[in-house]
Write a protein of this length. Structure first.
Lengths: 811, 299
């Protein structure tokens, strides 16, 4: 989230698209009801189904799964055509005025530089035009045909309301009504919030779904403002923490990136990370990258990380491919190239796509360690559960170790919520039986491995042997110790760079924030964005003062939010060029003549004068937000509608380029994509409010409220197939099948897509073969093995199936 | 559920003696704002948790309503209705349960002394140890709420968490509702809050938005804000003009004293039955049911 949960109450218009907040985030949805009641806000829901969020909406529009970019692209065209822009914002706070290179092109569905053999782009032409001064050229009249604004206008000219209807199935009049409501928030004192989740990410163009809405929010001037923003509703209580801490194969904490094979030393690693400002006078805050990185290395290896050894740069693993994402990992397991697997707090047998492939892959493992509080399907993948897990245990030689862990309520620690708040919690109960914390299990495994290296040696043992492990009880590092390490502390006296006689920090002191980090090894910090969470003043995450100066719900003394306890990112953009709030009724930060002040921590130099022309997006080299992303995204600097990999029609915009041309597909997976002739119906998968993933089915009460796997069909399709509610049906894709109870509903209508009637089938995902509910198959029997082109999130939300009636009563 | 309440009683079934009336009591109400309800079933879960009730894990029969009806364990239930209203499709979601009528048909119909009471604050509660399981309350209820247990043959329904209310707490369902679709307070405050909600709904084009507090049963202590208050039936059969059955009124006026004599006779017969045949023994299936109720998810 750029903003925070409570801030949704400040909005004038909520757009829920690519998510289903009422069902998947019921507690967060309360802020929508608050906005509706107290601010007279309206709610638009755009979804393939009429959800429980839709039941709360003022306007609902059904679209075909996987066509969000077409819908949003149409909105962009509407805003540009009707001049519904926040002009001061677009001109000064985005890159609209910047001139693009003459060789950047978009033709017939492809951007310039496409290499069909590699399924990749050479992105060199997706770039600005630079002047002799080394800075990007700009035309502040926005008239130059090569400026971002004009090129964007040309790009989206194809997304007419008629084309939107042809691709998405959304009725033109309803689409235009939504455009009208959205356009109203281009007024400087009106805001719209975007609430989205996996409905946008789980596509082969997921990142671009989100980007399209981000562009709309920039054109409307809604980023940085209370009640605005791009608000990703995270799916687990601490999944924000997971990404912050860098639990991705290509990241280290705080969104720093792991080196690649080609970057042989620290200098080579830093070379592409210089982040030189692209416009005069910009902050380009990532210029501090080396301070964050060196402090991280000091946290890892302490005195073994020195300037002489490149801060132990060689100890870090180097990536030989873009990333070892889950799809690649399981592909390798499937090929027998991974033979041991630690599975922690995860249930991949149910969660990853194409369950048939997963089960085959796991059977090739020599050992599997599952750390989980529950007896998950993954930990019992080798057990025969009839048709729900039809395996032959005699043929599976994998040794499975199940290590029971605590749940969050049985341990101290912090959870980072969607709004980036780190909230400390205290142990509420003793864990049952032999369950111990994940930290304790990992500590014990680490100490044992280190002992083996100490005794027996091994190839390149230094990263293990020299790892800092200075916890009071090495077998039980405490949550407090780990949190203090994430915050960071001074390893030596740290002098003030402007006045060497003055000390900023004494040796051993906890840092106050990332502004104190050094690149000379005098500071250590586990995660620079978390710096400030545990200072000399104590545990900031444990603060519980809910006072709310300004009345926007920012509650700056409740818990602690990264970065720097800032509640709304880019909040400088909530004030006009001169530093006065765009919306005087919802003041956040402003220039008082001497400094920036207000109810939030300014996302800006506190003493930087508004007339200094420093852009509000201080992390970016441009200082402005990017409507055109240069080469930063693999599949295009502007979003484009591509069909899902399994689609019922050819791409109406460019029939020759159907799905995302750079999404990675492994050999063998391409072959099992289904064709519309065999699988005529579009399917989408989703969660229900009664359950949390595959976990809560282990709880009796949740099982009572939604006991059995079902599949939703519209009345038209049910009639064609002679299916009634309660019948047992079979849904097949080219990869597998699911048998479940039919729920026939008016909430899914047949859509007319490019002249063809297309039915949508809805598949909730919660049931498996363990737990208290009736046994189920799980939707990943059906889903295709392909991910987003940028971050490889699997395409669970749009694929093709066929439907068959099996019986009149569900057994 | 129990007579061990610190709430004063206004009236009790089949009893003519004066109830204690010394203490003051404010009339309370639960307001269910259907326009804010997201159908998450947190209220259902909280009801099971607070009251230590558990259903068997059932099956899906092609709808979202689970369990499929109120039972002796399910005292509140989300009912889902898909309907076109004035050319606009709506998914109506209504939390069903006891309405706590000011003029309770169940209490009037009940022949067992003190089995149904109405507290001065308006809550209608079943005092289970006095219940004889005759099922008259089921017939007497214009909302089809009470259910007879297969385990102990007694009638059960929502108590409006009289035990929580007695110590100044809101009912469990209101406590957990994430969107404040369920509010709890004095009946006066709830009516005022409803007015604000209705004004908002009218502004959004729901011309028939209104409060459901049916006069046919003297008003209720569970009230709804409905977007279509002129057509309550579309909300999974919420009665438009609920009234106590004339049979119950007749029973109350004339027949009841006679029937009560019959009940007395039955009690006498029961006493002799006990003396001659001994008490009812706990059966194997009762043990089994109790064991199931104790079962923990970890097993």
């Amino acid at each position: 989230m750029t903003n925070l949960w409570a801030d949704i109450k400040n909005t004038d218009l909520v757009v829920i698209m690519g998510g289903n907040a009422a069902e998947a985030h019921p507690c967060g949805f309360k802020w929508v009801t608050e906005a509706k009641h107290h601010k007279k806000a309206k709610l638009i829901v755009v979804d393939p189904r009429f959800t429980r969020s839709a039941a709360m909406s003022d306007l609902f529009i059904q679209i075909r799964p996987g066509t969000d970019i077409a819908f949003l692209g149409g909105v962009i065209k509407y805003l540009l055509d009707n001049d519904k822009l926040q002009k001061e914002y677009v001109l000064n706070y985005t890159n609209a005025a910047y001139i693009l290179r003459a060789d950047y092109k978009f033709e017939d569905g492809l951007f310039s530089g496409y290499d069909e053999a590699k399924r990749d782009y050479n992105r060199a032409s997706w770039e600005y035009e630079f002047g002799d001064d080394g800075f990007v050229k700009a035309d502040t009249t926005l008239q130059d045909p090569r400026c971002v604004f004009q090129v964007m206008k040309a790009h989206f000219a194809r997304y007419t309301p008629e084309m939107v209807e042809r691709i998405t199935g959304a009725a033109k009049d309803k689409f235009l009504e939504a455009c009208k409501w959205i356009a109203e928030t281009s007024a400087p004192d009106k805001v719209m919030t975007s609430m989205y989740a996996l409905g946008w990410t789980q596509h082969s163009k997921g990142s671009q779904n989100i980007r399209t809405m981000a562009m709309i929010q920039l054109l409307l001037g809604n980023i940085g403002l209370a009640g605005g923003g791009m608000n990703a509703l995270r799916g687990h209580s601490n999944i924000q923490g997971l990404t912050d801490i860098g639990l991705m194969s290509n990241l280290i904490p705080g969104y720093l990136t792991l080196p690649t094979d080609a970057q042989a030393d620290f200098a080579a690693y830093m070379r592409p990370r210089g982040f030189k400002p692209l416009r005069p006078g910009q902050t380009s805050f990532w210029q501090n990258y080396d301070k964050f990185f060196v402090s991280f290395m000091k946290a890892m290896w302490g005195s073994a990380a020195t300037k002489e050894n490149d801060w132990a740069y060689d100890y870090l693993p180097k990536l030989d491919v873009g990333a070892y994402d889950v799809l690649r990992g399981w592909e390798m397991m499937h090929q027998g190239k991974i033979n041991g697997y630690f599975c922690q707090g995860f249930n991949p047998l149910m969660s990853f796509p194409n369950r048939g492939k997963l089960a085959t892959a796991m059977a090739k493992l020599k050992f599997l360690v599952v750390m989980d509080p529950l007896a998950t399907e993954t930990s019992e993948f080798w057990q025969n559960h009839g048709e729900h897990n039809a395996v032959d245990p005699a043929k599976i030689q994998t040794e499975v170790f199940r290590l029971p862990t605590t749940v969050f309520a049985e341990e101290d620690g912090s959870l980072t919520n969607s709004g980036r708040w780190l909230q400390w919690h205290w142990k509420g109960a003793e864990p049952p039986a032999e369950a111990i914390t994940d930290i304790e299990i990992m500590a014990k495994i680490f100490l044992k491995v280190r002992e083996l290296y100490q005794k027996e040696g091994g190839a390149y043992a230094d990263p293990i042997l020299k790892l800092t492990w200075d916890y009071e009880k090495p077998q039980h590092p405490s949550a407090e110790e780990l949190a203090r390490e994430l915050n960071g502390r001074a390893l030596a006296d740290v002098p003030d760079p402007r006045d060497a006689a003055r000390l900023v920090l004494r040796r051993g002191q906890q840092l106050n924030g990332f502004g104190e980090l050094r690149n000379d090894g005098t500071t250590m910090c586990g995660n620079w964005i978390y710096s400030g969470c545990w200072t000399e003043a104590g545990n900031q995450m444990a603060r519980r003062d809910n006072s709310d100066p300004g009345g926007l719900g920012l509650t700056p003394r409740w818990a602690w939010s990264w970065p720097a306890n800032r509640r709304i990112l880019y909040n400088r953009a909530s004030a006009d060029v001169k530093g006065a709030p765009f919306n005087p009724k919802q003041k956040q930060v402003w220039w008082n003549g001497e400094r920036w002040t207000g109810y939030d921590v300014p996302d800006y130099g506190p003493l930087v004068k508004p007339e200094a022309s420093v852009g509000p997006f201080i992390m970016n080299q441009e200082g402005t937000a990017r409507l055109f992303t240069r080469g930063m995204m693999r599949d295009g600097p502007f979003p484009e509608h591509y069909e899902p990999f399994e689609a019922p029609v050819a791409n109406p915009l460019h029939p020759k380029v159907g799905p995302n041309p750079v999404a990675r597909v492994f050999k063998g997976d391409m072959e099992v994509f289904g064709k519309a002739a065999d699988f005529p119906y579009v399917a989408t998968t989703y969660r229900l409010t009664e359950h949390f993933h595959f976990w809560s089915k282990h709880v009796r009460i949740n099982a009572i409220t939604q006991p059995q796997e079902f599949i939703e069909l519209g009345e038209e399709l049910a009639k064609e197939k002679g299916i009634s509610s309660g019948d047992l049906i079979e849904v097949r894709s080219n990869r597998g099948r699911v048998k479940a109870v039919a729920v026939v509903t008016k909430r899914i209508k047949v859509l007319k897509i490019d002249g063809k009637m297309v039915h949508t089938v809805g598949i909730p995902l919660h049931w498996g073969f363990t737990g208290e509910t009736k046994k189920g198959f799980g939707c990943n029997q059906l889903t295709p093995y392909v991910g987003d082109a940028n971050i490889e999130t699997p395409e669970y939300k749009a694929f093709l199936v066929d439907v068959k009636k099996l019986g009149t009563t569900a057994a | 559920m129990s007579s061990l309440q610190s709430l004063d009683i206004r009236r009790r079934s089949a009893t003519v003696t004066q109830s204690p009336s010394q203490r003051e009591a404010t009339e309370i109400a639960k307001l269910i704002d259907v326009s804010r309800c997201i159908g998450c079933k947190a209220c259902q879960a909280a009801c099971l948790e607070w009251n230590d009730l558990r259903e068997e894990v059932g099956v899906n029969v092609g709808v979202y309503d689970n369990p499929h009806d109120l039972t002796e364990n399910t005292w509140t239930l989300m009912r889902f209705t898909e309907i076109d209203v004035d050319g606009r499709f709506e998914w109506l979601i209504r939390k069903d349960g006891c309405m706590h009528c000011a003029d309770p048909g169940c209490l009037k119909a009940c022949p067992a002394p003190g089995a149904i009471v109405q507290y001065k604050n308006g809550i209608v509660d079943f005092i289970s140890e006095n219940c004889i399981g005759c099922g008259y309350c089921v017939k007497g209820c214009p909302f089809n709420i009470p259910r007879i247990s297969k385990k102990d043959a007694k009638a059960y329904k929502c108590s409006l968490c009289s035990d929580r209310v007695a110590v100044g707490q809101a009912p469990a369902c209101a406590k957990v509702c994430p969107t404040q679709a369920i509010s709890f307070g004095t009946k006066k405050d709830m009516a005022a809050w409803a007015d604000k909600r209705i004004a908002d709904l009218k502004e959004r084009g729901y011309k028939s938005a209104g409060l459901y507090d049916p006069p046919g049963v003297g008003g209720t202590h569970v009230m709804y804000v409905l977007k279509h208050a002129d057509r309550p039936q579309i909300y999974a059969g919420l009665p438009k003009d609920p009234k106590i059955s004339p049979l119950v009124e007749f029973w109350k006026g004339v027949t009841k004293p006679l029937a009560l004599a019959g009940v007395g006779l039955a009690a006498l017969i029961g006493f002799f039955h006990y003396v001659t045949h001994g008490p009812n023994e706990v059966q194997a299936e009762d043990e089994e049911a109790a064991a199931k109720a104790r079962r923990t998810p970890a097993e």
